[in-house]
Design a protein around this ligand. Structure first.
Ligand code: KIV
Length: 300
């Protein structure tokens, strides 16, 4: 047996060099993916355990999205999420992950009122939440705010198309940019946020030919959700891709598992075993140490 084989048998297979040199994904690396054959992978994460799981799976970016208002908090939309909520979840995701770049989502009204307030809140997501960049929704109208935050050294990911914080203005979570005029407006928005200094752009809920047109037009990576295959990357909500949202099955989501159903089955097995006194078994049970034996002291 070769020396290497002996060492391997004793200590297990060595860690590949690519793993040893793996470091946190950076903004320049993300920008470098523009037009790359291999798309970027972003997944939402809201806590340390999921962050660790998705990080180990190889996600390039973890987005602490305001979608947590729906999947974690149980609301019908994202509008009541606060900056403190995002900071709390960002901290957990930062602790649970090692490699992925962490994006903190700026919640409704944390950046729309003034650019100064936007900068202060973006700074809180970085300093208190330990996010590496921030994301905000909106096109040309948000360009000055993006420029202000970027000028302070905070990388900004922009988000156009279906922007969930405008759910009431859109009349629901509806696909955007189907008509030529609307499509041209979204292209103009994409150009404006790229020119303002955003390092990447989420394209949500738009036709695939429009996403391709935007991807071909701007020089920053596009990351699509419900925007077809031609983007520079893809993002999904982790609860959707794992099948944890039993009542929501949008067309653009592919479920890679049915963890809700499997969780119900596992928890039901636990309920049944407790009721049948089959759990805990001897292997889950602690025993007292036997009392020491020896001469018994006599009194008097
Ligand atoms: O909040 C979120 O999860 C998002 C993604 C859907 C892009 O913004």
């Amino acid at each position: 047996m070769s020396d290497n084989k002996i060492l391997e048998a004793k200590y297990g297979a060595p860690t590949p060099m690519s793993e040893l040199s793996r470091k946190r994904v950076t903004v320049p690396q993300i920008r470098g993916h523009k037009g790359d054959a291999e798309p970027l992978v972003m997944i939402t994460a809201y806590d340390a355990t999921f962050a660790r799981m998705l990080d180990e799976a190889g996600a390039d970016l973890l987005l602490v999205g305001d979608s947590l208002g729906m999947v974690v908090q149980g609301n019908d939309d994202t509008l009541s999420v606060t900056v403190d909520d995002i900071i709390y979840h960002c901290r957990a995701v930062a602790r649970g992950s090692r490699y992925a770049h962490i994006v903190g989502d700026m919640p409704f009204l944390s950046y729309q009122v003034t650019a100064e307030e936007a900068l202060r809140n973006a700074g809180r997501l970085i300093a208190e939440g330990h996010a590496h960049s921030v994301k905000l929704e909106g096109g040309a109208v948000m360009a000055p705010t993006i420029a202000r935050i970027v000028a302070a050294g905070i990388p900004v990911m922009a988000h156009v198309g279906l922007t969930p914080q405008s759910v009431h203005a859109m009349g629901g979570f509806r696909v955007q940019g189907r008509d030529a005029e609307d499509a041209d407006r979204i292209v103009a928005d994409a150009k404006a946020v790229a020119d303002a200094g955003a390092y990447a752009l989420v394209l949500e809920g738009i036709p695939d030919d429009l996403a391709q047109r935007i991807t071909d037009t701007i020089d920053i990576p596009t990351i699509g959700i419900g925007a077809g295959v031609h983007c520079d990357g893809q993002v999904l909500v982790c609860y959707d891709l794992l099948g944890l949202t039993p009542d929501l099955k949008p067309k653009f989501v592919k479920r890679y598992d049915e963890l809700f159903d499997r969780g119900v089955a596992a928890a039901k097995a636990y309920c049944d075993q407790v009721r049948a006194r089959e759990f805990p078994g001897p292997e889950h049970t602690f025993k007292s140490r036997p009392r020491p034996v020896g001469p018994v002291a006599t009194v008097g």
